[in-house]
Unconditional design. Sequence first.
Lengths: 396, 304
Amino acid sequence: MIEQAIAPPTTRLTRRRLVSGAVRALVAVAIAAAVLFGLGLVRDPEGPARLYAFLLDLLGQGATAEGLREGGLDPLHAKLTIMVIALAIGVGGVWAIFAGLNSLVDLLGPTWSRRVRPYVFIGPAVVMLLGYLVIPAVATIIASFTEEGAPETTWGYVLTSPEMWLAFRNNIIWLVLGTGGSVGIGLAIAALFDRIKREALAKVFVFMPLAISMVGAAVIWRFMYAWQPAGEPQFGLVNAAWTALGNEPVALMQVQSPPVNTLALIVIMVWLQTGFAMVVLSAALKGVPSEVLEAARSDGANERQVFFRIVMPMIRPTIIAVGTTVAIAILKVFDIVYVMTGGRFETEVIANRMFNEMFAFRNFGRASAIAVILFVAVVPIMIVNIRNLRRQGIGR
Amino acid sequence: MTAVPGVAGPRAAGGDNTSRRLRGLLGRTSVRAAVVLIAVAWSLPTAGLLISSFRPVNDIRTTGWWDALLHPFNAATNWTFANYEAVLSADGMAVAFINSLVVTIPATIIPITMAAYAAYAFAWMRFPGRSFLFAIVVGLLVVPLQMSLVPVLRMYSVLDLNGTFLGVWLAHTGFGLPLAVFLLYNYISQLPVDLFESAAIDGASHFQVFRRIVVPLSVPALASFAIFQFLWVWNDLLIALIFLGTQETVAVMPARLNELVGTRGEAWHLLTAGAFVTMVVPLAVFLGLQRYFVRGIVAGSVKG
C-alpha cells in the first residue's frame, strides 16, 4: 500500500495548522450539538411550532410567536419543517462526525494520527455493525436458549408444533416453486427477448415490478384475485377470466383451500422476481461467444441442443448466482404473506411466524429461536452464493 | 446470433428461397407475438391497479377495469381524481409520503457515507486488524436481519428510540452496511494505484484523497448502491412496522397501506390509489435512472 508515501511531512506541522485543526474540531462539536438539538425537535410533535416561535421572538415578533405557541402549526407545515430538520441532522450529522473526528486526529501529531486515522475511517461502520448485527445475533442465539421456559417452550415449540411444521412445509414449497419459477421463466424470457430488435423496451415491462414494494404488489394482486359470489360481476381479472370459461369463482385467500392459496402467493413473488433473473441471465447470454454457437451449429447441432448443451453449461455460474439470490429472498419472505393473509388459511411461513411471535404475542424466546432457524437455513445458500461470486472474481 | 428480424441474412439467397423466407417470417412473427404477450401479461396487474385508481368507487365494483379501458370515452365510463384526494388527505397518505422521505433519505446517505470511508480504509490504508475486520464484514452478509430484531427492539426500549426517525435511520444503516462496504470496497480497491501515489507526492492527506479523488471517481458505484438502498428502505415494511410503528405522525407508506388493507380491505378506490401513491417514487427512479437502477438491483441482490 501507499501508507508511508501519504503520511504528511512532519516539518509542515506548524502552529497555524494546529490552530486551524482546533477550530475545525470546535466547529464539529458545535455541529454535533446542533444535531442533538435538532433530534429533540424532531421527536417533539410541537417542536416545529416552538422553533418558529423562538425564531419570531428573536426577531421581536412576540405577539405572533405567542399565537403560534398556543395554536400550533398546521400539520403539513410542521411536517415539512420536521423533514428539513431531519434531513439536515441525518445527513449533516454523519458528515460532521467524520470531519470532526478527522480534525481531532490531526491534533495528535504525525505518528499517532497516522496510527489512529484508519480507525476513524472504519470506526463508525464497525460500531454500527457490532451494535446492529454482531452483538444482536449472538444475543438472539443466547436468548433462544435462556428465555423463560427455554428450551422446551422455545426450541420444543419451534421444532415440533404443527404451526411451525406448516410454516416449514410452505417455505419449502415457496423455495422450490418460487425459485424455480423465477429462474426458469426469467431464463426463458431472456432467451426469447434475445431474438428481437427492441429487446431493451420489452425488458422494461418484465423488470418494472422490481421497483414495486411487496406491500404494493400484494395490493395489486389482491385486486387481481378479488372474488365476488357467483352471479355478481367479477372485477378481479383472475376470477373474471375463470368464470368467463364457465367455472365457479374461486375465493382465493379467504377460505381454507390448500395449497391454492400458497400457490397464488408464490405467483406474486415470481411476478416480482422474474425481472431480476431475466436481466442478469440476459447479460450472461450475451456473454456467450457467437463463434462457439456457430461452430456447434455447423457441426449439425439443432437450436435445442445448442441451448441445453452449450449455452446452459456456459452460463451455469450466473444461474447459480440468480438462483441462490432469489432463494434467500424467498426464504425470508414476509411482506406478501403478512399483507395478503397474515398467515391464515394455511399460508404461514417462517418469517411471518417470527413477526407474530415477536410483535403480536411478545414471545421473544420463540421469536429468537425462529430467527436462528432462518439463519441456519440461509447460511448454506449464502455461502454458495458468495463462493460463486468470488469464483467470478468479485469481492476478493 | 440467431435470426435477427429485419436483417435479411445473406444465406437467404439459397435454393429453396421462398419457403425458407416464409418459414423465417413465420418464426419471427411468432417470436414477436410471444414477446408482446409476455410484456402485456406482466403489465396487466399494474395497469389494472392504475386504471381502477381513477374510477369512481361504484364503477370499480360493478364493471371490470378492462371495460373502462376498452371504452374510455363512453358515457357510462367515468374518470375521477377523488380517490387520490381521499387517500391523500383523510387516509393520511400525504403525511405518510413525507414520513417516507424523512426515513429514506438519511437512511440512504448515512450508510453510504460510513461505508465509503470504511471501504477506502480497507482498500488503501494499512492497519492492524484490517483483514480480520474485513472478513467480519463479508461474513455479516450471511446474517438475515431477523437475527437482530429482538435484541435491537429491546435495546431501543431502554434507549427510548422506538418510534423515532433516528432509530429507524440507524437500524437501516446497520442492516445495510455489510453490503455497502462490500460493494464499495470492490469498486474502490480497483481504482488505479498511480492516482494515489501521485496524490501522495503532492502531499494530499487521506481525508483529501478520499474527498477529492475517491468519491468523485466512485460515483457509479455510489449511485448504484444509493438507488438500491433507497428502494429497499422506501419499500420496506418489516423494519418500519417494528421500529417505527403505525402512528400517523411517523408511519411510512408501506405501513400505512398495510393498515388500509386491514381496515378498509374492500374500499378498492382507496387501496388502488393508495398503492399507486406508494409506487410513484420508485417507478420514477426506475424510469429515470434505469441504467443505475438495474446495476443497483443486480449488485444489491446479495443483501442478507
